[in-house]
Ligand binder design. Structure first.
Ligand SMILES: [Zn+2]
Length: 180
Protein backbone atom coordinates (compact mmCIF):
# COMPACT_ATOMS: atom_id res chain seq x y z
CA UNK A 1 0.00 0.00 0.00
CA UNK A 2 2.61 2.52 1.12
CA UNK A 3 5.23 3.59 -1.42
CA UNK A 4 8.52 2.01 -0.41
CA UNK A 5 10.66 5.10 -0.91
CA UNK A 6 8.41 7.22 1.30
CA UNK A 7 8.28 4.56 3.94
CA UNK A 8 12.02 4.69 4.57
CA UNK A 9 12.13 8.47 4.77
CA UNK A 10 9.19 8.96 7.03
CA UNK A 11 9.97 6.01 9.27
CA UNK A 12 13.39 7.57 9.98
CA UNK A 13 11.74 10.87 10.69
CA UNK A 14 9.29 9.22 13.05
CA UNK A 15 12.12 7.64 15.00
CA UNK A 16 14.55 10.50 15.30
CA UNK A 17 12.90 13.84 14.70
CA UNK A 18 10.57 15.46 17.16
CA UNK A 19 7.02 15.80 15.94
CA UNK A 20 6.12 19.23 14.73
CA UNK A 21 2.79 20.80 13.96
CA UNK A 22 3.81 21.36 10.35
CA UNK A 23 2.66 17.88 9.44
CA UNK A 24 -0.81 18.52 10.78
CA UNK A 25 -2.06 20.77 7.96
CA UNK A 26 -0.89 18.06 5.56
CA UNK A 27 -2.86 15.47 7.52
CA UNK A 28 -5.90 17.71 7.36
CA UNK A 29 -5.44 17.97 3.58
CA UNK A 30 -5.36 14.19 3.37
CA UNK A 31 -8.59 13.98 5.36
CA UNK A 32 -10.23 16.58 3.12
CA UNK A 33 -10.16 13.86 0.46
CA UNK A 34 -11.68 11.15 2.64
CA UNK A 35 -15.27 10.99 1.51
CA UNK A 36 -18.21 10.04 3.66
CA UNK A 37 -19.22 6.49 2.66
CA UNK A 38 -22.91 7.37 2.70
CA UNK A 39 -22.62 10.71 0.94
CA UNK A 40 -19.59 10.42 -1.36
CA UNK A 41 -19.96 14.08 -2.37
CA UNK A 42 -18.68 15.39 0.96
CA UNK A 43 -15.53 14.65 2.92
CA UNK A 44 -15.22 13.95 6.63
CA UNK A 45 -13.82 17.48 6.96
CA UNK A 46 -16.80 19.01 5.10
CA UNK A 47 -19.14 17.22 7.47
CA UNK A 48 -17.30 18.59 10.49
CA UNK A 49 -16.79 15.18 12.05
CA UNK A 50 -12.99 15.62 12.28
CA UNK A 51 -12.67 17.42 15.60
CA UNK A 52 -8.94 17.43 16.18
CA UNK A 53 -5.71 16.23 14.61
CA UNK A 54 -2.66 15.89 16.81
CA UNK A 55 0.34 13.84 17.84
CA UNK A 56 0.33 11.32 20.61
CA UNK A 57 3.18 9.00 21.57
CA UNK A 58 4.83 9.47 18.19
CA UNK A 59 1.85 8.75 15.99
CA UNK A 60 -0.88 10.85 14.53
CA UNK A 61 -4.18 10.84 16.33
CA UNK A 62 -7.47 11.96 14.84
CA UNK A 63 -10.46 12.74 17.00
CA UNK A 64 -13.79 12.23 15.29
CA UNK A 65 -17.40 12.62 16.34
CA UNK A 66 -19.61 10.34 14.28
CA UNK A 67 -22.59 12.02 12.64
CA UNK A 68 -25.12 9.65 14.12
CA UNK A 69 -24.21 7.32 16.96
CA UNK A 70 -24.89 3.82 15.79
CA UNK A 71 -24.59 4.89 12.19
CA UNK A 72 -23.17 1.82 10.43
CA UNK A 73 -20.90 4.09 8.41
CA UNK A 74 -18.84 5.05 11.46
CA UNK A 75 -16.54 2.05 11.32
CA UNK A 76 -16.04 2.50 7.61
CA UNK A 77 -15.16 6.16 8.20
CA UNK A 78 -12.58 5.27 10.86
CA UNK A 79 -10.99 2.76 8.55
CA UNK A 80 -10.98 5.17 5.61
CA UNK A 81 -9.26 7.84 7.73
CA UNK A 82 -6.59 5.42 8.95
CA UNK A 83 -5.99 4.02 5.47
CA UNK A 84 -5.70 7.49 3.91
CA UNK A 85 -3.16 8.70 6.49
CA UNK A 86 -1.04 5.58 6.19
CA UNK A 87 -1.20 5.75 2.39
CA UNK A 88 -0.01 9.37 2.68
CA UNK A 89 3.07 8.21 4.58
CA UNK A 90 2.15 8.41 8.22
CA UNK A 91 3.59 5.34 9.91
CA UNK A 92 0.75 4.82 12.30
CA UNK A 93 -2.59 6.51 12.70
CA UNK A 94 -5.08 6.28 15.50
CA UNK A 95 -8.70 7.30 15.25
CA UNK A 96 -10.52 8.06 18.46
CA UNK A 97 -14.24 8.63 18.77
CA UNK A 98 -15.58 11.34 20.98
CA UNK A 99 -19.34 11.32 21.36
CA UNK A 100 -19.65 14.36 23.60
CA UNK A 101 -20.64 16.97 22.55
CA UNK A 102 -22.78 15.25 19.97
CA UNK A 103 -22.33 16.13 16.34
CA UNK A 104 -24.97 18.36 14.86
CA UNK A 105 -25.64 19.35 11.28
CA UNK A 106 -24.53 22.86 12.29
CA UNK A 107 -20.95 21.55 11.98
CA UNK A 108 -21.26 20.94 8.26
CA UNK A 109 -19.08 23.56 6.61
CA UNK A 110 -20.43 26.03 4.05
CA UNK A 111 -18.36 24.24 1.44
CA UNK A 112 -19.92 20.96 2.54
CA UNK A 113 -23.44 22.39 2.17
CA UNK A 114 -22.59 23.61 -1.31
CA UNK A 115 -21.27 20.17 -2.27
CA UNK A 116 -24.41 18.48 -0.93
CA UNK A 117 -26.60 20.78 -3.01
CA UNK A 118 -24.52 20.16 -6.12
CA UNK A 119 -24.88 16.43 -5.49
CA UNK A 120 -28.69 16.76 -5.37
CA UNK A 121 -29.12 16.53 -1.61
CA UNK A 122 -30.84 19.41 0.15
CA UNK A 123 -28.54 20.46 3.03
CA UNK A 124 -29.93 20.78 6.58
CA UNK A 125 -32.15 23.81 6.89
CA UNK A 126 -31.46 26.29 9.67
CA UNK A 127 -29.71 25.63 12.95
CA UNK A 128 -30.17 22.45 14.96
CA UNK A 129 -30.07 24.34 18.25
CA UNK A 130 -32.76 26.78 17.17
CA UNK A 131 -34.81 24.04 15.60
CA UNK A 132 -35.34 22.32 18.94
CA UNK A 133 -37.11 25.42 20.27
CA UNK A 134 -39.86 25.23 17.68
CA UNK A 135 -41.86 22.35 16.33
CA UNK A 136 -42.30 23.93 12.94
CA UNK A 137 -41.27 21.74 10.03
CA UNK A 138 -38.15 22.93 8.23
CA UNK A 139 -38.38 24.80 4.95
CA UNK A 140 -36.64 22.42 2.58
CA UNK A 141 -35.41 23.84 -0.69
CA UNK A 142 -35.33 21.73 -3.83
CA UNK A 143 -31.62 21.22 -4.71
CA UNK A 144 -32.52 21.14 -8.39
CA UNK A 145 -34.70 24.22 -8.96
CA UNK A 146 -34.39 25.89 -5.52
CA UNK A 147 -38.16 25.95 -5.02
CA UNK A 148 -39.43 25.95 -1.43
CA UNK A 149 -42.61 24.27 -2.61
CA UNK A 150 -41.61 20.78 -1.50
CA UNK A 151 -43.26 17.95 0.39
CA UNK A 152 -41.96 15.09 2.48
CA UNK A 153 -42.60 11.70 0.96
CA UNK A 154 -40.95 9.57 3.60
CA UNK A 155 -39.19 10.11 6.94
CA UNK A 156 -36.33 7.97 5.65
CA UNK A 157 -34.48 8.43 2.38
CA UNK A 158 -31.64 6.33 0.99
CA UNK A 159 -30.12 6.24 4.50
CA UNK A 160 -31.56 6.88 7.98
CA UNK A 161 -29.78 10.26 8.06
CA UNK A 162 -31.94 11.56 5.25
CA UNK A 163 -35.61 12.04 4.49
CA UNK A 164 -37.14 11.63 1.08
CA UNK A 165 -38.74 14.77 -0.35
CA UNK A 166 -40.34 15.69 -3.62
CA UNK A 167 -40.40 19.02 -5.34
CA UNK A 168 -43.91 20.19 -6.20
CA UNK A 169 -42.60 22.44 -8.97
CA UNK A 170 -40.07 20.37 -10.92
CA UNK A 171 -41.55 17.11 -9.51
CA UNK A 172 -38.09 15.65 -8.82
CA UNK A 173 -37.65 13.48 -5.73
CA UNK A 174 -34.59 14.29 -3.63
CA UNK A 175 -32.94 13.48 -0.31
CA UNK A 176 -33.00 16.00 2.50
CA UNK A 177 -30.12 15.79 4.98
CA UNK A 178 -32.02 15.92 8.26
CA UNK A 179 -31.22 18.65 10.71
CA UNK A 180 -30.13 17.23 14.06
ZN1 LIG B 1 -37.55 21.46 -7.93
Amino acid sequence: MRPGNLEGLIATDQESAPKTDKDLPFARQVLADVMDPEVPAVSVVDLGIVRDIGWQDGHIRVLITPTYSGCPATEAIEEAIRDALIAAGFVQAEVIQRLDPAWTTDWITDEGREKLRAYGISPPSGSASKRSLTSEPPVVLCPICNSDHTERVSEFGSTACKALYRCCDCLEPFDYFKCI
